[in-house]
Ligand binder design. Structure first.
Ligand SMILES: C[S@@+](CC[C@H](N)C(=O)[O-])C[C@H]1O[C@@H](n2cnc3c(N)ncnc32)[C@H](O)[C@@H]1O
Length: 250
């Protein structure tokens, strides 16, 4: 079974690389089209707190749930140096019913978490129970429509052919993880009483770049982020993204 813990050290080491900077900024922009100041937000698997802190800065009242002690510590430190208050709780998706008894939120997020869950449907069901009536669920998952794209762009033809019909993959952290298709995620959401409001691609043009590529200076980065943001909102580009980002309403 996929377990993020095997990749945690590499995740931490690469938090500032270009791949992650693009991913975080594109998700932030996409979310900002749905979330407004004053909303209550639950970020499950908030990790080091990148999105949780951005949401708190935007005026949301944020609670983070995170099973890793090291990542909770990093989140706490970054929140306090940004002057943000975030409620942080030790826990995991399958513990939400116990640790969040009676609590519901305007927005529930789980970004970069579903690929480590044994069951996508089970995770969506558990997350959906924490969403207030008319509230939003925001999830990102490995795009199962386009697993062959990254190896192909790296000219790894054997890898691309093997990925054509695959459901699982070994991710950039070296962890065996799951991918999902949009229609299956939509079915799970509908069964939990949700309707997709918008869906986006996350990291289209830069998915093949190396893990050690660092952030370019100045305008290059701004233009790159604009292009990624535009592609993530449009067909056919978003279908080729590394992750899909679905925002659904209860
Ligand atoms: C790839 S990181 C993403 C962190 C953050 N959400 C982000 O987008 O930057 C995956 C996160 O999911 C957390 N995680 C792994 N298994 C989990 C579970 N069963 N329930 C909740 N979080 C989990 C990890 O500890 C880690 O913080």
């Amino acid at each position: 079974m996929a377990d993020f813990r095997g990749g945690e050290a590499v995740w931490i080491e690469r938090l500032d690389n270009l791949r992650n900077v693009i991913r975080q900024e594109v998700i932030r922009r996409q979310l900002s089209r749905h979330v407004t100041a004053g909303m209550t937000v639950l970020d499950v698997g908030c990790g080091q707190g990148t999105q949780a802190i951005e949401l708190a800065r935007a005026g949301c009242v944020v609670t983070g749930v995170e099973p890793s002690k090291e990542l909770r510590l990093r989140c706490e430190r970054s929140a306090s140096s940004s002057g943000c208050a975030i409620e942080l709780i030790d826990g995991a998706v399958d513990q939400l019913d116990e640790i969040m008894v009676g609590r519901h939120f305007d927005v529930v997020c789980a970004h970069g978490v579903l690929m480590y869950m044994p069951s996508m449907t089970g995770a969506i069901t558990a997350l959906s129970r924490r969403v207030a009536l008319r509230g939003l669920l925001s999830v990102t998952f490995r795009n199962g429509h386009a697993l062959a794209f990254r190896p192909a762009m790296r000219r790894d033809w054997a890898g691309a052919l093997a990925a054509m019909e695959a459901k699982e993959y070994v991710n950039e952290l070296g962890v065996a993880a799951r991918s999902d298709r949009l229609e299956n995620v939509e079915t799970a959401l509908v069964e939990s009483g949700f309707e997709i409001e918008s869906w986006y691609g996350v990291r289209v043009f830069n998915d093949a770049i190396a893990a050690d590529m660092q952030v370019p200076e100045g305008e290059d980065l701004a233009a790159m982020l604009e292009a990624e943001d535009a592609a993530g909102r449009r067909d056919p580009y978003r279908w080729l993204a590394s992750q899909l980002h679905v925002v659904a309403r209860r």
